[in-house]
Design a binder for this molecule. Structure first.
Ligand code: NAD
Ligand code: IPM
Ligand code: MN
Length: 353
């Protein structure tokens, strides 16, 4: 029997409410498909920071390394500055394990009413492929003249040839599997002087390796407008770290709720474990009430199964999600217009399996 050891990090806020629902679904689907999933729980969170001064122990990354994958909830909580909590746990995991692809599907699910008119499931169904280890999220830069009139802060974006080429190749490989291969590059080469002309240059070079794939290049400003006005036009969108971060909240926003959006932080070479987590954060405004939508976390677990080599189980979980959301009599959390709780929706999806 195939066995997988998963590191489970619920983190903060609603992470603690939605992760158990993903485990519930994993238990059911693993029994159905005849493999075993073992969990090692890590309670690292902002609470850890407040009691120890660090988000995780010194050897934290080493303790995660020997797992088949990492399932994460969310990190960040009022009282700990976000840049300390995120740079103390989530971002070091993405970097140490070279999870350079942040793969974020955007899909209008059945039974969910989008804020844009006349869109049906199938109209909005694409991937955001976000560069996940460099770009605008760099620690290069600094601060001078702190507190003076001449105070200056520099934040340097870093784009390497290796980092740029590999995320673009991943996007083209993903697009190749589609019926109509198509990649859109998110750029801003009209305004950002160094990095974005370089991004375009590498996009042109890599696209030449994939003559079968149709390409588009949209500046990030109009791209945002098109996400809302004509989401049908997108199939695979490749973007730098910050542009991809913004697009991967905008996309789910257009599909009706951020609560359903999943992601994989993937090391395609499988040298290191990949991390699967919803796109959303710890949602302090609703945490503790048991009303968070667990679908983003459960779909993230499905992406994990696909990555682990269980594509049938993964597809079945997504089917169960779609079946439950499409059933108007099934439980719905408040973000979906209902009055049900996190557990109700999680159990309904597990039952549908
Ligand atoms: P957020 O995603 O936590 O919340 C934004 C809004 O979406 C809130 O109104 C929230 O209630 C709602 N929401 C989010 N997830 C939901 C769900 N599953 N069901 C229903 N509604 C949901 O973003 P934020 O408020 O900007 O950030 C809160 C904290 O989370 C911050 O500390 C931030 O840094 C952190 N954060 C962490 C991650 C991560 O761990 N990957 C991602 C984003 C934000
Ligand atoms: C995400 C989050 C993180 C990011 C934050 C919390 C650092 O917004 O996973 O999208 O910007 O990558
Ligand atoms: Mn984000």
């Amino acid at each position: 029997v195939q066995q997988y050891e998963i590191a489970v990090l619920p983190g903060d806020g609603i992470g603690n409410e939605v992760v158990p629902e993903a485990l519930r679904v994993l238990d059911v689907v693993s029994a159905k498909y005849g493999f075993e999933v073992g969990y090692r729980h890590f309670d690292w969170s902002c609470q850890t920071y407040l009691s120890t001064g660090a988000m995780m122990p010194d050897d934290g990354l080493d303790r995660l390394r020997d797992h088949h994958a990492i399932l994460l909830g969310a990190v960040g909580w009022p009282g700990v500055p976000d840049h300390l909590s995120l740079w103390g746990l989530l971002l070091p995991i993405r970097r140490a394990f070279d999870q350079y692809v942040n793969l974020r599907p955007v899909r209008l699910l059945p039974g969910v009413t989008p804020p844009v008119r006349d869109k049906q499931p199938g109209d909005i169904d694409f991937w955001v492929v976000r560069e996940n280890t460099e770009g605008e999220y760099s620690q290069l830069g600094g601060r001078q003249g702190e507190g003076t009139e001449t105070e200056l802060v520099l934040q340097t974006a870093a784009f390497t040839r290796r980092g740029t080429d590999r995320i673009m190749r991943y996007a083209f490989e993903l697009a190749r599997d589609l019926d109509k291969p198509h990649v859109t590059s998110a750029t801003k080469s009209n305004g950002i002087f160094h990095s974005m002309p370089y991004w375009d240059e590498r996009f042109a070079a890599i696209s030449a390796e994939y003559p079968d794939v149709r390409v588009d290049q949209d500046h990030i400003d109009i791209l945002c407008a098109r996400f809302v006005m004509s989401p049908e036009r997108f199939d695979v969108v490749v973007a730098s770290n910050l542009f991809g971060d913004i697009l991967s909240d905008l996309g789910p926003g257009v599909t009706g709720t951020i609560g359903v959006a999943p992601s994989g932080n993937i090391n395609p070479e499988r040298i290191y474990p990949s991390t699967f987590e919803p796109v959303h954060g710890s949602a302090p405004d609703i945490a503790g009430r048991g009303v968070a939508n667990p679908v983003g976390q459960i779909w993230s677990a499905a992406m994990m199964l696909d990555h682990l080599g269980q594509p049938e189980a993964a597809t079945d979980v997504v089917r169960a999600i779609e079946q439950v959301l499409g059933d108007q009599s099934a439980p719905r959390t408040p973000d979906l217009g209902g009055g049900a709780g996190t557990e109700d929706l999680g159990k309904a999806i597990a039952d549908a399996l």
